[in-house]
Design a protein around this ligand. Sequence first.
Ligand SMILES: [Zn+2]
Length: 98
Amino acid sequence: MRQRQWHWFAWIAAFTIGVFVFKLAFEHSLSAHDPLAEDVQAVIERHQISYIGDITSQVFHRKDCPIASQIPNRFQVMFFYRRAALEMKFNPCPYCRP
Ligand SMILES: [Zn+2]
């Protein structure tokens, strides 16, 4: 009888672990949506990028401009120099005046 109770416990433990692993895998698949986007801030800091452009409006901003932070990552272009942005026909933002 005692052996049978142990079997029940083992089954319940195995089931609980299985659910937990499945839950972890599911949450990981949700959180790993866009690894490229999460690295943008790290890239800006590592390379000391000064200006961020928006390819849809062709406007560039200082990296700390509040408007620049609203540009979706896939539309962002990064510039080291103001002159580089101007040569790419980008216009300076009237708010942050880069
Ligand atoms: Zn701006």
